[in-house]
Write a protein that binds this ligand. Structure first.
Ligand code: BG6
Length: 484
């Protein structure tokens, strides 16, 4: 019997700020991502309030998908993509964010993409906000700390639902919304401007209750915006399906010490279900009260908020999954690296060059846990291996390590489906090489398609197929049966 259902959505995923470039093209405004410099695994990206002359900002050109989208979509079609997840840059549609009328050129740019995808038979999965927002909304209004941003977002989302009615069915309201629980998300996700120029993503030991209150309230505002957008999407076109997008957090207890078990359970709940419950069930989970209390935070509930959340629950649950971590209450335990979630090193797992612990079985565990809690369709909208790809002597890119990573994850997806999970799609991250979100590098590549560009911005941007290209093409053609 086939392991994957007919119509399974095989595809790939990108985000505007990491691939488009064209940062000022045709009236586009400044995004928060346009103020982040390049970095490396050891040198953090810097935020600068003003754009510095002579400084390298990777999003400004990225891989210029703005100028190459037809070629790129043609390559996706050649691989047999059934769907393609990409994000719309808010500042192409509303350059400052608070205008009443959208920028027509931005709308037409995305219409061109969607039309081309339609011609190629590729189903779009559109992220409305992926780690960027109009810089002006942050500077003038305080980003998501301000309730006015909810209305600006709803106007933006309504414009998309109206303009692209019939062209898009699957929408995601916010990328990795649970990043708003952490310092990492302050700037990336919530648009809270740092007090001064410098690195933005790391835990601040001097953080105050006021800082935390801003963060949790901003996240609450995003929940409200998402719930309102869901209602508008359904009203404009009942065929629309709107999903949440959570950074999949898979923490294991390091030992069977009950303290470790409780800490891991809390990390799992907080990491996934604090946001998941609000977006899927329309209410905060029972454990949320204690999390807020211990953080010293009181949310700024207003009349009508509870009803809004309840009326705007999502149709499907999507998530990113790269790695797992371990939780230990022992302060001596060795730390492991991670994108958003780090933890203690797991002796049973290997790690990527960036220290992310590779764990295909953790994906099966995660799929089972989430599906049994929510019982709505799931989609894996990011997964993959960030690696250094070197050109071989014969001129090709032989990324067998990437094929191996994906094969093992797809095998576990099949197991989860056998376990009873309703998994409807899989869009590996960075299906074409793009700028890394956490480090700003090009060197950290995820793609089936190589892009000629280095960390300093050199390269002619031409595209080439890696070995994984033909491999994934075969996986899709056989609906996941042939993984060799
Ligand atoms: C996810 C983000 O957290 O991880 C993507 O949604 C990001 O935007 C991806 O690119 C991989 O992380 P990184 O830091 O390797 O680019």
């Amino acid at each position: 019997m086939a392991r994957f259902p007919e119509g399974f959505l095989w595809g790939g995923a990108t985000a505007a700020n990491q691939c488009e470039g064209g940062w000022q093209a045709e009236g586009k405004g400044d995004s928060t991502s346009d103020h982040l410099t390049g970095g490396t695994v050891s040198t953090p990206r810097r935020y600068t309030h003003d754009i510095e002359e002579g400084t390298y900002y990777p999003s400004h050109e990225a891989i210029d998908m703005y100028g190459h989208y037809k070629e790129d979509i043609d390559l996706f079609a050649e691989m047999g993509f059934k769907c393609y997840r990409f994000s719309i840059s808010w500042t192409r549609i509303f350059p400052k964010g608070d205008e009443t009328d959208p920028n027509r050129a931005g709308i037409e740019y995305y219409r061109g993409i969607l039309q081309h995808m339609k011609d190629k038979g590729i189903e779009p999965v559109v992220t409305i906000s992926h780690y960027e927002m109009p810089f002006h909304l942050c500077d003038a209004y305080g980003g998501w700390t301000n309730r006015k941003t909810i209305d600006f977002y709803v106007r933006y989302a309504t414009t998309l639902f109206t303009e692209f009615k019939g062209l898009v069915k699957y929408w995601l309201t916010f990328n990795e919304i649970n990043c708003g629980l952490m310092k990492f998300g302050d700037y990336m996700s919530l648009g809270i401007l740092p007090k001064e120029d410098g690195p933005t993503m790391f835990h601040d030991p001097n953080e105050t209750v006021e800082d935390r209150t801003k963060r949790f309230c901003a996240l609450h505002h995003q929940f409200l915006a998402s719930a309102k957008a869901v209602q508008v999407a359904h009203a404009i076109d009942p065929a629309n399906k709107v999903g949440c997008m959570i950074a999949g957090n898979m923490p294991y207890a390091y030992t069977c010490n009950p303290d470790d078990q409780l800490a891991a359970q809390r990390a799992f709940y907080q990491g996934n279900y604090y946001c998941g419950d609000v977006q899927v069930r329309g209410e905060y989970a029972p454990f949320a009260g204690r999390i807020l209390k211990e953080a010293g935070v009181t949310l700024d509930w207003e009349p009508g908020d509870a009803e809004t959340l309840k009326a705007g629950t999502v149709d499907f649950y999507t998530f990113s999954y790269y790695m797992s971590s371990c939780v230990s209450t022992d302060p001596e335990a060795t730390k492991a690296a991670g994108n958003i979630f780090s933890g203690v090193k797991n002796p049973y797992l290997e790690a990527s060059d960036w220290g992310w612990q590779i764990d295909p079985k953790g994906l099966r565990y995660y799929l089972n846990d989430v599906y049994n809690r929510y019982r709505i369709p799931l989609m894996i909208v990011e997964n993959g291996l960030g690696a250094v790809d070197e050109r071989a002597e014969d001129g090709g890119f032989h990324d067998s390590y990437r094929i191996d990573y994906m094969r093992k994850h797809i095998e576990q997806m099949a197991e989860a489906i056998e376990d009873g999970v309703d998994l409807i799609g899989y869009t590996p991250w960075g299906c074409i090489d793009l700028v890394s979100a956490s480090t700003g590098e090009m060197k950290k590549r995820y793609g089936f398609i190589y892009v000629d560009k280095d960390n300093d911005g050199n390269g002619d941007l031409h595209r080439e197929r890696k070995d994984s290209f033909a491999w994934y093409q075969k996986v899709i053609a056989t609906n996941g049966e042939d993984l060799d």
